[in-house]
Design a protein around this ligand. Sequence first.
Ligand SMILES: [Mg+2]
Length: 268
Amino acid sequence: MTAKPATGAAEPGGTGWEDGIGRLVAARKLLVALDFDGTLAPLVDNPEDSRPVPGARTALARLARVDRVQLALVSGRPAADLARLASPPDGTWLAGSHGAEQGRMSGAAAVLEPVELTAAQSRELDAIRAGLEDLAAAGPGAWIESKPLAAVFHTRPMADRAAASHLEEQAAGLGEALGGHVLAGKMVVEISILPAGKAAALTRLRHAAGADRLVFAGDDTTDELALDTIHPPDLGIKVGPGATTAELRLPDPLAVAAFLHALADALV
Ligand SMILES: [Mg+2]
């Protein structure tokens, strides 16, 4: 018997995920929680162009039909955008804005729990947006995305990567100075007025589902905080390159779709 690689590289003739799936199918109730961008959908310059890869939607539909599975999408996206772009199956739970927004799919529509901001929180968010707009003006290609609970500084279109990372540092500093919660990802700095995180969202979803096992897949540094809390018999999946403590690594969203189909095969 040979020692298994620590981060789930495939063994010859295998996919590397057989052990993990074997544990998941033993669940009485299984939570399947997935990030969206970079996990079910390829990363794209314009967030509006993001769509699941071929095979991802059918895999989710198959899992949704299994009684002992609860599906959830856990994303930094606003929950309404997440529902519109991912169009997940009826009954899928939604954790948007890194878990600060909650909802579920009812048919093809998203039913979201309202989040009310206080006047002080609204002023704080306005100040964060204004500060980030000033920074974006200094970096050709940088732009600001407005979310219900956050402002996001994007530098992906910037050609000058050194200037981009300098601006990202300034954006994070500005967010902290204004009392926001800073989440730094790949070429994005998100500043939220509410504390949120995918690790806390997973804990909440697991309790709500009454799940005795969970699998979570994500690609970004913000997902790594959640992956770091996942241990066998649960399964954490890192998508794409980069340091991780996840048990399994999959190269891209197409591989995630293949994994989800294999999980559905094993569950029926
Ligand atoms: Mg992602």
